[in-house]
Design a protein around this ligand. Structure first.
Ligand code: UD1
Length: 416
């Protein structure tokens, strides 16, 4: 049952609610480790990455309870600082626990984190930056041990923008001695959510949403209740489902204010989008060529996590297009699978050329990572005939019951 069957070629019609954000909930769950007490996290998505993060927290001695989308993390009994290899191995965000655990316990040992196979994704900058905050790190073949008596604030001029490094440094800095400056800091809405959570708990972070974050270390954080914002990538994925298959859908709670670059590209491809107070209405099918190149980049530029879905939209639109991936070096793994469905796409270096003139047809294809896997389902919705997408577990890492949600949107899809 690790597959989905899709009967393609039908327009979508319906509405669904957008789940809480994966990339906001993971670092915020890690941040609960900084607080001695019970934190309540609302709107936490029911996805496997969150499941693994909660398991990791439990393995460290935290008590975790879930009631629907509300998660309670009680860190009073935090005891261990060794993380189970199987959860660390499947999820790159486990690296997020490093900064928080060092701040709380002063000692961590873990294996190198896993995650999607979309590039080398080293953690060199995480380790190098934490060393500058006074952490002694001993690296071995499979993992590393990190220790610090007391984290010290530092001024960082980072060599490039990294979401994960910005988050890890924030988590290490809020309880550190003195001031920390992170520049250039990532500006993603999920970083802003982490800043909101930490400041609510008593941290002193300035510059939220800018490329320069200043953290004044405080002695203690207090337990809080916080609501995770809606997932802009999930909203973007369902938007692309409509753009590829055609139809009219409503995405309740879509965080439109965080989706500017995606909505701009979507409108330029000929769909109609109406942003309302409670969500977003999408109408039509993509039928126009994107002017120029679709280039991924750090927020507020076009997100790399939406790149595969737009490749599918281009392939289904009947128009040619060009995509340049600037964030991860191996994010075109979906291309051979799309070619099995009749797409005509070639890759040269970090650029993909989509010749949209061929029609997509149903096929058996294999998900190889999270966003590319979801994009294959979109291709199947647009294709003529029946498709099977295998390796559903990759998609379950980030999408809450995608089969149910797409059915709400009128798709003919079932578990296989
Ligand atoms: C986060 C997101 C992911 C998104 C990505 C870029 C989470 C859980 N994941 O991933 O969905 O696609 O941001 O928006 O929020 N790098 C290094 N050394 C390091 C760290 C990163 O070379 O120590 C490189 C990476 O290989 C990559 C680039 O920096 O090429 C950007 O990665 P980063 O922003 O750190 O992405 P993640 O935090 O892993």
């Amino acid at each position: 049952m690790d597959a989905v069957r899709i009967y393609g070629g039908n327009c979508l019609c319906g509405q669904t609610t957008i789940q809480g954000s994966k990339n906001a909930s993971l670092p915020i769950l890690a941040a609960t480790l900084l607080i001695n007490g019970i934190c309540e996290i609302e709107n936490c998505p029911d996805i496997s990455d969150v499941y693994h993060m909660l398991r990791l927290l439990e393995s460290l001695g935290c008590r975790v309870e879930r009631e629907g989308t509300l998660v309670r993390v009680n860190t009073k009994q935090l005891s261990k600082c060794d993380m189970p290899a199987d959860s660390v191995g499947v999820m790159r965000s486990s690296i997020m626990l490093l900064g928080a655990l060092l701040a709380r316990t002063g000692s961590v040992s873990m294996e190198y984190p896993g995650g999607c196979v979309i590039g080398a994704r080293p953690i060199d900058l995480h380790l190098q930056s934490l060393r500058r905050m006074g952490v002694a790190i001993e690296q071995q073949k499979k993992g590393f041990c990190a220790e610090s008596m007391r984290l010290k604030g530092a001024v960082f001029q980072l060599p490039f923008v990294s979401v994960g490094v910005t988050e890890n440094l924030l988590l290490a800095a809020v309880l550190a001695e003195g001031m920390t400056v992170i520049e250039p800091a990532a500006r993603e809405p999920e970083i802003q959510a982490l800043c909101d959570f930490l400041n609510l708990a008593g941290a002193r972070i300035e510059g939220k949403g800018s490329g320069r974050l200043i953290v004044h270390g405080v002695k203690k954080l207090m337990p809080v209740r916080y609501r995770i914002p809606a997932d802009r990538i999930v909203a973007g994925t369902y938007l692309c489902a409509c753009m590829a298959a055609g139809g009219e859908i409503f995405l309740r709670e879509a965080p439109v204010e965080d989706m500017e670059s995606v909505l701009e590209y979507a409108c330029s491809m000929g769909v109609t989008i109406a942003c309302e107070t409670d969500g977003m209405q999408v109408k039509g099918r993509a039928c126009k060529r994107i002017p120029g190149v679709l280039r991924t980049g750090c927020y507020p530029a076009f997100p790399t996590d939406m790149q595969s879905q737009f490749m599918v939209v281009m392939a289904a639109s009947g128009q040619p297009g060009q995509i340049e991936e600037t964030v991860f070096e191996n994010r075109f793994r979906i291309v051979p699978e799309l070619c099995k469905m009749g797409a005509d796409i070639s890759v040269q270096g970090n650029t993909a050329y989509v010749n949209g003139r061929r029609k997509l047809c149903g096929a058996i294809v294999q998900a190889q990572e999270l966003r590319g896997g979801a994009a294959l389902i979109l291709a199947a919705l647009a294709a003529q005939g029946t498709s099977i997408v295998t390796n559903r577990h990759y998609i379950d890492r980030g999408y809450e019951d995608i089969v149910f949600r797409l059915r709400e949107l009128g798709a003919k899809i079932e578990l296989a």
